[in-house]
Design a binder for this molecule. Structure first.
Ligand code: ARG
Length: 655
């Protein structure tokens, strides 16, 4: 039962006839910030009083009267109190709370109700570009998407998960070019993924080098010259005699000088990179033998897309190895998708999309390219390039069309980092013009940062490979497992380390509001106290150990005639928190934000720790109290376990 939702329903009906926006005002019922104001608090009497020209306290009194007259209200709540300027403080009746918790105990779903109107969701997440190493941003998409899919499903929605992998992009042109020119046959046979990775890196590195020499450095130098000229001009500017104007000039000069310093630094580091490359005789030779490697790789991609037999053959040969590699990561993360329809799947559907957009007058030629011009955007949405090539945008439009036809979803969620915001805004606007009116939401997320505040990289400077990241977390978690006195065998310690390590990474990602950047820190994510997976796993193990020590089985306790009673304040506070599971889940689903669930689980774990300190369980004064407290413990364990499961985190029996 979602008590907050029930209270809002009751407020809405009490507000009917008094206000013209009862539903909106009813949203002003919120959990209390402080237990001394009750369990929930409604602030709606203030704005309503203002609007009606009445004293808010009088409006509050009237609302309370109407609530009291409702069927069942007095069974749910103690008589509400009107406080201060017109706050309505609500406290759930102990008997009602106990009844709800007793029902939750007997329910596999822990009292979480199914939504009244289930929707069909497609969740597009993870979606890495294969043949390139997956990076830390892809974990964020994977764990957020997985959690949202799990939560929506538990609430009764229909969910289709689709991993929209990039399996058709320019990286394949790079690999094909690398294969044709630099391959090591033996390595390709024995360790294909590593060899493909090497080829990709090699072509990428040479391409970067050539682009730096040909374009980037000259452009930087031009900018520097302009900045230096500006500094000279500003220095030469005669004083006007007006102090304010002189100050403004001085400020401009400082800024221009700052720009010069920055540009010099940038040039220096680019030149150092160029020099290091040239010093490597092998690389230097390859580069001179393969000038304009970037364009050559693009040409290989174009040939692949045109159906060139050789390139298509190579793509078909390389793809399985890339997918197997990806699968290893998903297995380790315990994530599975209903569909993996990558970009290549839509290849034949792209030309018809552009045709249809043209026919409907949405796309038109501009500079030889096909563009959709949308009101409110500076730049048009490009759907076909001058040379005939289709784009990421075209594929996404084809995907919207396909999903609508095949699945007819009510909503499609794209869990992709915030740098693609503009792409999705334009995509959604185009889709709307094109006639698709389902909900399309970019569930965007921030960047994972290193301790230096820059996007997370390993010490060697390469973007972090995902497997290496997981390995390191598990290695460090092994230290926690080593310290435990309850783990007996090495195999048990390994298993616990794996669960704590992987759990730590996932939890750290999920516990931060997705729209913020966050700092990736092994020390923080593996801490045994605070809002971490380890603390949550430890809490579950601790509750389970109570049952072990007492020689009680939770299942038989549940089917016995043991009764739940909330007597001590710490028991009631814990019980109230446990009741709020539905509330947390519905909040996650409403805003597509998993951190409401981690925050909730942390609150439960804290309320449990307080309860456990104040209320002896196995040593309770009498058998009835002991049984009641064990029931609470059981509900704590199952709530935490279910919550962690939704986050894709496995619990441990002991640690
Ligand atoms: N492959 C893209 C990337 O790694 C993400 C794809 C997201 N999904 C989509 N339908 N565009 O950046």
């Amino acid at each position: 039962m979602n008590a907050l939702a029930e209270l809002r329903r009751r407020f809405k009906s009490a507000l009917e006839g008094l206000a013209d926006d009862p539903a909106q005002l009813a949203e002003m019922v919120l959990p209390s910030q402080d237990a001394k104001f009750g369990d929930y608090q409604a602030n709606c009497a203030m704005p309503l009083g203002k609007k009606l020209g009445k004293k808010p306290r009088d409006v509050a009194d009237q609302l309370v009267e109407r609530l009291a007259a409702q069927d069942g209200f007095d069974a749910m709540c103690d008589p509400p109190e009107v406080a201060g300027p017109g706050f309505i403080n609500l406290r759930l009746r102990d008997a009602w709370l106990t009844e709800q918790l007793t029902a939750a105990l007997a329910d596999e779903r822990l009292g979480v109700e199914l939504v009244a109107t289930p929707r069909k969701y497609v969740v597009d997440y993870s979606s890495p570009n294969v043949a390139k190493p997956m990076h830390v941003g892809h974990i964020r998409s994977t764990v957020i998407g997985d959690t949202l899919a799990n939560v929506l499903r538990l609430l009764g929605h229909q969910v289709i998960t689709d991993n929209h992998i990039g399996d058709w992009g320019t990286q394949f042109g790079m690999i094909i070019y690398g294969y044709k020119n630099f391959r090591d046959e033996v390595a390709l046979e024995t360790a294909p993924v590593a060899e493909l990775g090497r080829l990709y890196k090699l072509v990428n590195q040479i391409g970067d080098h050539q682009a730096t020499v040909a374009d980037k450095l000259p452009a930087l130098k031009e900018k520097l010259a302009a900045a230096e000229e500006r500094v000279e001009d500003l220095k030469a500017e005669p004083s006007t005699g007006d102090a304010k104007a002189d100050k403004a000039v001085a400020k401009k000069l400082r800024q221009a000088e700052g720009a010069v310093v920055e540009l010099r630094k940038e040039i220096e580091s680019a030149e150092a990179k160029v020099a290091a490359f040239e010093d490597d005789s092998l690389l230097a030779e390859m580069s001179s033998k393969h000038p304009e490697i970037g364009a050559a790789a693009l040409a290989e991609t174009a040939k692949l897309h045109e159906g060139d037999a050789e390139n298509l053959g190579l793509w078909k040969r390389f793809l399985p190895a890339c997918l197997d590699e990806l699968q290893l990561t998903y297995d380790r993360l315990g994530v599975a998708f209903d569909y993996t329809l990558g970009e290549s799947f839509y290849h034949d559907r792209l030309a018809p999309v552009v045709k249809d957009l043209q026919a409907k007058g949405l796309a038109r030629e501009s500079d030889g390219a096909q563009c959709v011009f949308i009101d409110g955007f500076d730049a048009p949405f490009l759907v076909q390039k001058k040379d005939g090539a289709f784009l990421y945008a075209t594929t996404d439009l084809a995907t919207i069309e396909y999903r609508a036809k095949e699945w007819a979803p009510d909503a499609v969620l794209y869990v992709v980092d915030h740098r693609q915001s503009l792409h999705f805004e334009q995509l959604f606007a185009t889709a709307k013009l094109w006639g698709y009116d389902q909900e399309l939401t970019h569930v965007s997320f921030g960047t994972v940062l290193g301790e230096d505040g820059k996007p997370y990289k390993t010490r060697s400077g390469s973007a972090v490979g995902l497997m290496g990241l997981l390995d390191e977390a598990v290695d460090r978690a092994r230290a926690i497992a080593e310290k435990s006195s309850v783990l007996e065998t090495d195999a048990e310690r390994d298993e616990v380390a794996e669960r704590i390590g992987i759990g730590a990474i996932k939890y750290a990602d999920l516990a931060h509001n997705r729209t913020s950047d966050y700092v990736f820190s092994y020390d923080k994510m593996l801490a045994m106290t605070g809002n971490t997976a380890a603390y949550m796993q430890y809490s579950v193990a601790r509750v389970k150990s109570i049952f072990g020590k007492g020689g009680v089985s939770a299942a038989s306790l549940r089917s016995s005639d043991a009764e739940l009673r909330l007597c001590e304040p710490a028991e009631r506070a814990l019980g109230l928190e446990l009741l709020r599971f539905s509330e947390a889940l519905e909040r996650v689903a409403a805003e597509y934000r998993p951190h409401y669930l981690t925050g909730y689980l942390f609150d439960v774990a804290q309320r449990f720790a307080e309860f456990f300190e104040k209320c002896p369980v196995l040593k309770a004064d009498d058998e009835a109290t002991k049984a009641s407290r064990l029931l609470l413990c059981d509900l704590v364990a199952r709530t935490l376990e279910t919550g962690l499961e939704l986050l894709g985190i496995r619990v441990v029996e002991r640690m």
